[in-house]
Design a protein around this ligand. Structure first.
Ligand code: ARG
Length: 565
């Protein structure tokens, strides 16, 4: 559909007809219904450039805009705005086409882009905590969105499975034997105990260090123990992914350790290009304009987080063939990614045309604006948080009549998990995010429950109607006009959200759409006796489009809908 694009073409044609050899800026959605549907605001700047009167230029251009197809009326306002009204019969036909298309008229990218989305990335020695929630949710949405638009998405879970802490954990596992293995189900506790041993006992600490060397040199016994940790830890993450309806699988895991063998080559290649300098025994890359260098190898020969990321970048660009690589990682790692990207480009590890993006997000805060912690100041485990969401959702389901216990449990899951995800996705990702149970489970405002409720309400209209809906749309008033135009905007909203990696653009859209639908539904009766059959069918078709748009939008966000609430 790409509504805006089509209008832009008409403006471009008007430019050509008016003999203006410039590229027009894009039209924008009208800020008020009395200004029409879209506005062209480029006449003022154009007039300045050409030394002409802005209203005169606007008049001239408006005179050349083709009427009768998409646009039915133009009007000059203020200093030279051109307001544009869309043609109701054109809108109706476009909506009917969307109705008959399983993809709601949204085309698939004709030149699919290979995109790597790096997200979740939990650290294996510990339980997943709320910090990984945001990455997991935002990353999965971005992957779903790009996939829906037709790109070839490769999900990558860059788990932290390597580092000196594993020496300590294995030493402790060895010491505690079978008992220790049994405890692995509570990694957090196991880690705490191992750390306590490490801090208190020098002999244990030395043993832990020996194990680090042994794992790194490929000692099979140690590697087996290490593998046991990783399996158990990943199993825990998968439980969380399952609860969250996130699509990550084992196949998507490319752990830090996967790149171990490539690390010496990374250093060698940087050296060969003359990019390395020794500083305090460490190998560093000094980037132009940066005071602090990127350390890629420690004095003792060990590698760093940045070295692994350079190897991963090479793999993604050259082996996987990605043209866009998105890192959905905490904003606090901004400097790290800036440097790693710069080194990768300077060294030509990654071809010039590959787009590297840090999709940064802010910190999760509690209602008083402090970083999110348990009552005793510990980190909140993700699994506990999700379980609480379901319990709270269950309490919030008021009308349980006619539902079995199983149905209530199922509904509570869908509502509770949806609420947690939607609340996170609906804010500008770069802002810090205030976690607020009451707000996210509310039926009013921009929440998942509001969307799910609207969807269920439309389904109940269909149940009462009971017949087959045919798309025979007629726009009978201002509200229907606005609702239809809003429906047709879905594709451009998705495209922009994909470009900006901004899920909140989708939620903002859904909120506006559902708000309009609620008003339409209040004012325009559908099933009442005095509504003509034609109008009834048209309104049912519009409602069906609204429901399908909500469903598709929520599906991209990884949130389910239900037919009854
Ligand atoms: N494990 C890291 C963390 O918890 C996130 C990994 C992000 N991805 C990457 N390629 N660096 O902070």
């Amino acid at each position: 559909m790409k509504l805006k694009e089509q209008i832009n073409h008409l403006i471009q044609d008007a430019f050509v007809k008016a003999g203006i050899d410039e590229k027009p800026i894009s039209v924008t959605e009208a800020t008020q219904p009395q200004f029409g549907d879209y506005q062209f605001n480029g006449a003022m700047a154009l007039a300045k450039k050409l030394g002409m009167n802005p209203r005169q230029i606007a008049q001239e251009l408006a005179g050349h805009i083709e009427l009768g197809g998409i646009i039915t009326k133009t009007q000059i306002a203020g200093p030279g705005f051109i307001n544009l009204w869309l043609n109701p019969s054109w809108i109706a036909t476009a909506c009917e086409a969307a109705f008959h298309d399983t993809r709601l008229g949204i085309s698939k990218n004709e030149n699919p882009l290979k995109v790597v989305v790096d997200y979740s990335g939990p650290n294996m020695a510990k339980q997943m905590h709320v910090g990984h929630l945001r990455s997991t949710i935002i990353g999965d949405t971005l992957a779903n969105l790009l996939e829906f638009l037709g790109d070839e998405v490769i999900r990558q879970n860059h788990i932290g499975d390597w580092g000196t802490q594993f020496g300590m954990l294995i030493a402790y596992l060895e010491e505690t034997g079978n008992e220790g293995s049994a405890q692995l189900c509570d990694l957090e506790q196991f880690y705490k105990e191992a750390k306590a041993r490490f801090d208190a006992d020098e002999a244990f600490a030395n043993k832990a260090r020996e194990y680090v060397v042994k794992i790194q040199s490929g000692d099979q016994h140690c590697l087996n123990l290490w593998q046991k940790f990783i399996d158990s830890s990943l199993g825990h993450c998968e439980e969380v992914y399952g609860k969250l309806c996130v699509k990550l699988t084992r196949e998507d895991v490319k752990a830090e350790s996967f790149y171990n063998e490539d690390l010496p080559q990374v250093i060698e290649d940087l050296l060969a290009q003359g990019l390395l300098k020794e500083s305090d025994g460490a190998q560093c890359v000094f980037l132009e304009g940066e005071e602090i260098p990127v350390i890629v190898q420690k004095g003792g020969g060990g590698y760093l987080y940045a070295t692994t990321d350079l190897a991963a970048l090479r793999y993604r660009a050259n082996v996987l063939g990605a043209k866009r690589i998105c890192y959905v990682v905490d904003a606090r790692q901004g400097e790290h990614f800036k440097q790693v990207f710069q080194v990768a480009k300077t060294s030509h590890f990654v071809p010039e045309d590959v787009k590297l993006e840090h999709v940064a997000f802010g910190t999760m805060m509690d209602r008083s604006g402090k970083p999110f912690k348990t009552r005793d100041g510990g980190t909140v485990k993700l699994i506990d948080l999700l379980e609480e969401a379901v319990v709270r959702a269950k309490e919030s389901i008021k009308n349980k009549e006619g539902m079995s216990l199983e149905e209530i449990d199922e509904l509570a899951k869908i509502i509770g998990i949806g609420a947690v995800k939607y609340a996170d996705l609906s804010i500008n990702r770069e802002s810090n995010y205030i976690f607020d149970w009451d707000k996210m489970l509310s039926l009013e405002g921009n929440t998942s429950l509001y969307m799910q409720y609207a969807y269920a309400r439309i389904q109940s209209i269909f149940r009462r109607f009971g017949g087959e809906i045919e798309a025979n749309i007629q726009i009978s008033d201002e509200l229907e006009h606005r609702l239809s135009v809003m429906l047709l905007r879905f594709e451009e909203v998705l495209l922009k959200a994909a470009q900006d990696a901004a899920p909140n653009q989708i939620t903002t859209y859904l909120y506006e759409l559902v708000g309009l639908f609620m008003r339409f539904y209040e004012q325009n009766p559908i099933l009442k006796e005095d509504v003509s059959k034609e109008l009834q069918m048209s309104r049912l078709a519009l409602s069906a489009l609204v429901a399908r748009t909500i469903k598709e939008g929520l599906e991209i966000l990884g949130i389910e809908v239900v037919n009854k609430i």
